[in-house]
Design a protein around this ligand. Structure first.
Ligand code: NDP
Ligand code: 8X3
Length: 248
């Protein structure tokens, strides 16, 4: 039987690409709010799949979904805490409080709710690997990024704390901090404004979801005595969160 990996945010971008890559070696629990996308993905994956439809902000739904897994799916070996987004890009004094709530509730509290539902089982089994998807935005603030930055700084802090708390239980905790990845991220940040979203990725070759998925695959493929604890993965033309060598 293959080991079991649960991926949050598998309906698009990094999470979806990760599901496609990990399907080679893992049974997968794929999660997200958009059920039809999970159905489509399941039909394309050549591995055993369980689909869980929940909003990571809904603690009861998270718990019920994970508790409701069939008994032979409960021993989750790998957790990819990927679900998350930026909502808005505005100076702090003009920020939309609903956007702030969304980013804190999804990127930090949602990650915690899912982790809380899964980590105790890993502790019981004395086995597991958690990979949190942070961001370059979690080590470098940038203008108008404020609350998104804070949410990813939070992921960075949580990753370090989780690693310390879980080290004695044989559970590895890693974080990947991607730079600019061309996914639905900017469409969500700009609330469906395609022109604004496309502009983010023009004039250079941004990272693709596949690049981060391959990084996840690499981290998971290391032997037991190695933990890739922290990886900053930038686009080739990117020097920092805000510095990109654009051709036009
Ligand atoms: P996408 O918008 O393509 O994917 C986001 C995923 O998160 C979707 O599957 C979405 O599923 C899920 N998600 C969002 N909100 C919720 C919610 N409330 N409950 C459950 N699932 C949710 O973006 P990316 O793939 O780029 O983003 C994935 C992660 O990578 C995020 O944590 C993001 O912050 C991080 N990241 C992205 C970078 C980039 O430049 N793209 C760079 C650095 C980090 P659904 O809508 O179906 O619920
Ligand atoms: C996403 C990357 O630079 O848009 O976390 O914040 S960035």
């Amino acid at each position: 039987m293959k080991p079991i990996a649960l991926i949050t945010g598998a309906t698009s971008g990094i999470g979806e690409a990760t599901a496609r890559i990990l399907a080679k070696k893992y049974q997968l629990i794929i999660t997200g709010r958009r059920a039809e996308r999970l159905d489509q993905l399941e039909s394309e994956l050549k591995t055993e799949v369980q689909k869980l439809v929940f909003d990571v902000r809904d603690r009861e739904a998270v718990n019920n979904s994970i508790e409701g897994l069939p008994s032979d799916w409960k021993a989750i070996d790998v957790l990819i805490n990927n679900a998350g987004n930026a909502h808005g890009l505005a100076p702090i004094h003009e920020g939309n409080v609903d956007d702030w709530d969304a980013m804190i509730d999804i990127n930090i509290k949602g990650l915690l709710y899912v982790s809380k539902a899964i980590i105790p089982g890993m502790v019981d089994r004395q086995k597991g690997h958690i990979i949190n998807i942070g961001s370059v935005a979690g080590i470098e603030a940038y203008p108008n990024g404020n609350v998104y930055n804070a949410s990813k700084y939070g992921v960075n802090g949580l990753t370090q704390g989780m690693r310390m708390d879980l080290i004695s239980h044989n559970i590895k905790v890693s974080e990947i901090k991607p730079g600019l990845v061309q996914t639905e991220f900017s469409e969500v940040r700009f609330k469906g404004d395609q022109k604004k979203a496309e502009k983010v990725y023009q004039g250079y070759d941004p990272l693709q979801a596949q690049d981060i998925a391959e990084t996840i695959e690499f981290i998971l493929s290391r032997p037991a005595h190695v933990n890739i604890a922290d990886m900053l993965v930038l686009a080739g033309s990117q020097a920092s969160a805000t510095m990109v060598n654009k051709k036009s």
